[in-house]
Write a protein that binds this ligand. Structure first.
Ligand SMILES: Cc1ncc(COP(=O)(O)O)c(C=O)c1O
Length: 271
């Protein structure tokens, strides 16, 4: 897997083009809208450029749109699939984030040429997803409660996002983070020198689950990061969890400062 660097507007197209020239990829997997883990979206201009690159360098795009329904401050950006004139995009979405976790049922939109080998691969893997669950889901969708349900979810998750971001501003020293307009993730840049793994293990010991940044890179990164999710916990638990992370971070930073002071005092000039 070759990772493509991202910034606040999603994948950086110049870097993607260089990767295309070096590696000639056949498939690009992307979460262009409310990306997991950064929470950011690919800008409209970059969406157009990505489709051009797919045509120039002849690769398919697997568009994973599991978070596209969870827009809080805007109408979600147009999907790559809706902009695709040449059939290079395989569109995927799922119900785990918007109906119930663990359902593991989704939808794929692709032209027949791309669909046939995918269906063969699916049959070879598990014949098909549970027909009983598929029937239940189809029945639910037919009852037309889904639009109301989505509106409720958007309101519900927006509140959790806002509570998490406000708590972070109060409690997390020395960090910066993204502002997710949808989805469930906030991507946090930790202060330099914090060891991601130690931070993760100590947070777990104190009862807070985070994901260390390294889980999301194909190559090791010098900068420490973490992903926070606001989807699963009620507001008071989000507050509590962020305060615990803040205390932990302050302790680590104070310890680092104390060590550097001791090291400076201990150093003796020899000449
Ligand atoms: C971007 C993305 N795609 C797919 C999935 C998995 O969805 P499902 O449970 O429907 O397989 C996740 C789950 O975290 C996800 O974040």
């Amino acid at each position: 897997v070759i990772g493509v660097p991202v910034d606040g507007e999603g994948m950086i197209m110049e870097q993607l083009e260089q990767i295309c020239q070096t590696y000639h990829p056949r498939l690009l997997y992307t979460v262009p809208t409310y990306h997991n883990p950064t929470g950011t979206s690919l800008s409209p201009a970059r969406r157009e450029r990505l489709l051009q690159l797919a045509q120039i360098y002849d690769f398919k795009i697997a568009e994973d749109d599991v978070y596209g329904f969870l827009a809080y401050d805007e109408t979600a950006p147009a999907t790559l699939k809706s902009l695709d004139k040449i059939g290079h995009v395989l569109y995927m979405t799922g119900f785990s984030k918007i109906l119930t976790p663990g359902l593991r049922l989704g939808a794929l939109v692709a032209d027949n040429a791309a669909l046939s080998p995918l269906l063969e691969a699916k049959r070879a893997a598990d014949l098909h997803s549970s027909p009983l669950l598929q029937l239940c889901l189809a029945d639910y969708l037919r009852r037309r409660h889904f639009t109301n349900h989505l509106q409720h979810l958007q309101h519900f998750y927006k509140e959790r996002r806002d509570i998490m971001l406000a708590a972070m501003a109060r409690h997390l020293p020395g960090c910066s983070w993204t502002y997710p307009r949808g989805g469930m993730c906030v991507w946090v840049t930790l202060p330099e020198g914090v060891n991601e793994r130690d931070f993760y293990l100590e947070a777990i010991t104190r009862g807070v689950g985070i994901t260390p940044g390294r889980a999301f890179f194909s190559q090791p990164q010098p900068q420490p990061y973490m992903r926070l999710c606001f989807g699963a916990q009620p507001p008071h638990r989000i507050e509590e969890g962020i305060a615990i992370l803040g205390d932990l971070l302050s302790e680590l930073l104070n310890r680092r400062y104390a060590i550097s002071v001791r090291a400076a005092r201990a150093s003796v000039t020899l000449v």
